[in-house]
Design a protein around this ligand. Sequence first.
Ligand code: TRP
Length: 355
Amino acid sequence: MEKKKPRLLSGDTPTGRLHLGHWVGSVENRVLMQEDYDCYFLIANVQAFTTRMEKPAEVHQNVMDLMMDYLAVGIDPARSTLFLQSDIAAIAELTIFFSMLVSYPRVMRNPTIKDEIRDKGLGDNYPFGFLLYPVNQAADILAFRSEIIPVGEDQIPHLELTREVARRFNQLYCHVDTHTDDADYVKKGGLFPIPAHKLGRSRRLVGIGSPAPDGNLLKMSKSLNNAIFLSDDPDAIKKKVMAMYTDPNRLKATDPGKVENNPLWIFHETFNPDKAWVAQAEERYREGTIGDVECKRQLIDVLVNLIEPIRTRRLQLEQDPHYVISVLKEGTARANEEANHTLILAKEAMRQRYF
Ligand code: TRP
């Protein structure tokens, strides 16, 4: 018999179209890992409501955008399950039980939560549910008893919390010894495997704009208006790359240029398959024997080659919203079976199954 594939889960909050930062951070990994893992991909629309509860129509559109991006990049519904967070009641139920296993100071000690409060300007006016979302995310993951979670670096604190919840649950309700190795929890009778995260090949892709006042390059993000999207057409890619921030002290092609901390070269190193060209061009850039424009033209070709097939598939999907919805509906039904099963086992472990 074929060996059961390990369970993989990941997902995104629907906030708009996916960009190159998502691609190298985790989406590329997800596409590749479909071969060897039993994959679940969730659209975290409940999580979108934690900061955008006033914009339901926008969240609706973003769910459609994310679905089309997933299908366009090559998430294959014949092999992987795509599903909607808000239609999995078991996730909401598990969130409540799990919230008892996490102290309030522990929730506040989450660097990603702190960053979001700062970056989104939430002040001290964020909803109660916003603080709950990392626990909700633990429920997303554990409802499927997932083992591996491909995510970007900003998600690591949430994965740490998820592991703490899983260990605690297994110790309290499945009587697993507190000194157990993470890899052994299920073997020792625990319900939840302790999930590992997997980072992409580039941990934090920079945007195409100028650096922050402290000199650090900002990460690629839709809200910072510095993103190249997986659905950008060749013309948009060309305009963005031509306007891309490079070495500000280099005024002409004969000036020696700086390769370090220069988005032009970060992008070439990340996306250009022709490593020999990149190494040689970087040398010439340092010496001042190659122009920005030539290097940018090369980069445009590389990015158009990567993005154009995705964009073309996406255009077809945009013509067929019924198909997109049917994939989501089927995936959500499949996901519900699995999550409901986990919920029954969790209630049993908690001695809360009476009939
Ligand atoms: N927090 C993730 C994001 O903002 C989305 C997410 C929700 C997620 N639940 C998850 C990611 C479970 C991985 C696993 O993009």
